[in-house]
Ligand binder design. Structure first.
Ligand SMILES: Nc1ncnc2c1ncn2[C@@H]1O[C@H](COP(=O)(O)OP(=O)(O)OP(=O)(O)O)[C@@H](O)[C@H]1O
Ligand SMILES: [Mg+2]
Length: 311
C-alpha cells in the first residue's frame, strides 16, 4: 500500500514549548485516520504542518511523497484542509463563495458551474445556493467548509474537528458525509474529541498526548490493549442480592457489585468463557433476563491510555 502521509521525527516548537516531539506517523492510501488527544496535545499543529501552513522545527513531513516546505506547491492541489474555525465571509452567498474558491484553484467556465453544483449536492446544500454564508447555521457552515475543499477533488482530506459545536443531528449528517467521502477512496485525517463517532468512521486511530503519539493502530487493537479483565452485566428477575452472593463464590469471579439493577460481575483475569456463570445461576433456579459483556469503547480506552494506566 502506498504511504500518503509520512512524518519522520516531526518536531515543532513554539519558543520553548515542544508542541510535537519526534512524531512518527504513517497513513496509507484510503485510510481514515482518527486523531485523538486532549486539548493542547498537538493535533492542530500536526494538521497545519501537513496542510503546509506551518513549517516543522525539526524532522520531516511528507504528503504523497512530497516534503512539506520544499515541495509545498506540489502538495496543495492534493489536499483539502478544513480548519477548526470557519473564517467569516459575511457578504457572500453560497454560490459566490464556492465559485470564488473554485477560481482560486483554476477551475473556470462551465466546469466551474458543474463542480460547484456537484459539491453542493454532495454536501446537501443545494437548497442554500442563494443564502448568505453568514445566515447559515453552524452545521451548514461546517458542511460548506467541507464543500469548499472538495472543489479541486483532492486525494487527501485534513479535517480539524469538523463536528465540533454541532448538534446531534448535524453531527450525524457530517459523519454520513465523511463516510461517503471515505467510500469514494479519499484518504482522511480527522481530529476530534467525539470518540465514539470516530469509532464508526475510522479504520485506524492515533492518540497523541503532549506532542507524543502514545498509540497508533486499528481501533480493535486499542480496545484489546486497555481491556484487562472481562466484566459482565447480569440481570436476574428476582433475588438479586442472593444471586450476587452465589456468583461471588464462583471460581472465575473476582467480584460482584450491584449497579442500576444489574449485577456487575468482574471475572478473574484470563477468564474469557463465562458460560459457567449462566450454568451456576440456572442450577440455583435464578431466572436470567440478560447476560452481556461490558464493551470497552473508545472513550474508556482514551481515558485509560491518556492517564498512563496502560503503557
Ligand atoms: N501559535 C502558537 N504559539 C505558541 N504556542 C502555540 C501556538 N499554537 C499552538 N501552541 C501550543 O502548542 C500546543 C499544541 O497545540 P495544538 O493547537 O496543536 O493542540 P490541539 O491538540 O489541537 O488542542 P485542541 O484539542 O485544544 O484543539 C499547545 O500547548 C498550544 O498552547
Ligand atoms: Mg486543535
Amino acid at each position: 500500500m502506498r504511504l500518503i502521509i509520512q512524518t519522520i521525527n516531526l518536531t515543532k516548537r513554539y519558543g520553548k514549548l515542544v508542541a510535537l516531539n519526534n512524531l512518527q506517523l504513517n497513513i496509507e492510501e484510503g485510510e481514515c485516520f482518527g486523531y485523538i488527544g486532549p486539548n493542547g496535545a498537538g493535533k492542530t499543529t500536526t494538521i497545519k504542518i501537513l496542510s503546509t501552513l506551518l513549517q516543522p522545527t525539526w524532522g520531516e513531513a511528507r504528503v504523497c511523497g512530497h516534503v512539506v516546505g520544499y515541495e509545498s506547491r506540489k502538495i496543495r492541489p492534493l489536499i483539502g484542509y478544513v480548519p477548526d474555525f470557519f473564517g467569516a465571509y459575511e457578504d457572500m452567498v453560497v454560490q459566490e463563495y464556492l465559485e470564488f474558491f473554485a477560481s482560486a484553484y483554476g477551475i473556470t467556465g462551465k466546469q466551474r458551474k458543474k463542480v460547484v453544483g456537484d459539491v453542493l449536492e454532495l454536501t446537501d446544500l443545494t437548497g442554500k445556493i442563494d443564502a448568505l454564508v453568514d445566515s447559515l447555521s453552524r452545521g451548514m457552515q461546517q458542511r460548506l467548509s467541507v464543500a469548499r475543499v472538495l472543489l479541486h477533488d483532492p486525494k487527501v482530506l485534513l479535517l480539524d474537528e469538523p463536528a465540533s459545536g454541532l448538534d446531534p443531528r448535524a453531527r450525524i449528517e457530517m459523519r454520513e458525509l465523511l463516510k461517503e467521502l471515505r467510500n469514494m477512496g479519499k484518504t482522511i485525517i480527522i481530529s476530534s474529541h467525539i470518540l465514539h463517532e470516530l469509532a464508526e468512521l475510522c479504520t485506524t486511530v492515533g492518540i497523541i498526548e503532549q506532542g507524543e503519539m502514545i498509540f497508533h493502530g486499528p481501533i480493535g487493537e486499542i480496545i484489546r490493549r486497555v481491556k484487562t479483565g472481562t466484566k459482565l452485566h447480569v440481570r436476574v428477575t428476582e433475588q438479586m442480592d442472593l444471586a450476587a452472593l452465589t456468583l461471588e463464590k464462583s471460581e472465575g469471579v473476582k467480584g460482584v457489585e450491584i449497579h442500576n439493577g444489574d449485577l456487575l460481575v468482574e471475572l478473574k483475569e484470563h477468564t474469557r468463557d463465562y458460560s459457567s456463570i449462566a450454568r451456576l445461576l440456572l442450577r440455583n433456579n435464578f431466572r436470567i433476563q440478560e447476560i452481556r459483556e461490558e464493551e470497552i469503547n473508545l472513550e474508556t480506552a482514551f481515558m485509560r491510555l491518556t492517564k498512563g494506566i496502560v503503557q
